[in-house]
Design a protein around this ligand. Structure first.
Ligand SMILES: [Fe+2]
Length: 223
């Protein structure tokens, strides 16, 4: 198993690092099935296009696909846009047990201690948390994550074919040549420095067959 010293070195050098979280926190495996079984109706559509950001509930499929089409055109034109489904840690979702269990795990002592060793800053709490679901046509344009300390993206995706897109591509600041390209792998944790560095990244458009989902848990930390 790779030691956290190496991870910390990479994080300090590159501003990001990725590794298998299960190797450090085995209990992570229990939560995945629970997240996969959350009902479709709990996942809203989140779309950003030239007209703004639209958070549409699962029953708003017609409007969601209209906004998605505009976002898709913006993507083709090279404008910042995104379109996927998500479940934020909001008051409305306080009763989704799998979401809350996942958030608690990401805020648990073993995870906080590990992240403290890797990043060199002491995480106090999770300041933002959501689950994302990417399926056919979904994408997230190049952006830098906001925040004062660091953020993480934990892949909960099983057996993903890289031919189906949904790759996380990390670009060095100001550059266009990718520095890293991550295939969604179960329990792969990507940690980003959001304190002083700019680490642009994007999620390439998903071309997977229907019902194949790329699921990720995203957390930002206060340190
Ligand atoms: Fe991001």
């Amino acid at each position: 198993m790779i030691g956290y010293e190496v991870l910390r070195e990479r994080f300090q050098l590159d501003g990001y690092v990725h590794f298998d979280l299960r190797a450090f926190v085995p209990s992570i495996a229990d939560v995945v099935e629970r997240v996969a079984s959350i009902g479709e109706d709990r996942w809203s559509f989140i779309v950003k296009n030239r007209d703004g950001e639209h958070d549409l509930c699962s029953s708003d499929k017609v409007e969601a696909s209209r906004q998605h089409a505009i976002a898709d055109r913006d993507r083709e034109l090279g404008r910042f846009a995104f379109s996927f489904r998500w479940m934020p840690d909001s008051r409305e979702n306080a009763d989704v047990e799998a979401l809350q269990a996942m958030k608690q795990l990401m805020a648990s002592r073993p995870v906080l201690e590990l992240l403290g060793k890797v990043t060199g800053s002491v995480p106090l709490a999770v300041s933002q948390f959501y689950l994302s679901w990417f399926e056919h046509g979904h994408f997230l344009g190049t952006h830098c994550d906001p925040g004062q300390s660091f953020g993480v993206a934990l892949s909960l995706t099983k057996e993903w074919d890289p031919n189906h897109g949904g790759l996380t591509v990390v670009l060095p600041d100001g550059g266009k040549e990718p520095a890293a390209c991550l295939v969604p792998g179960l329990f792969t944790l990507l940690v980003f420095d959001t304190s002083a560095r700019r680490i642009p990244h994007f999620v390439s458009a998903v071309t997977a067959p229907a019902r194949r989902r790329r699921i990720t848990a995203v957390a930002r930390y206060r340190a």
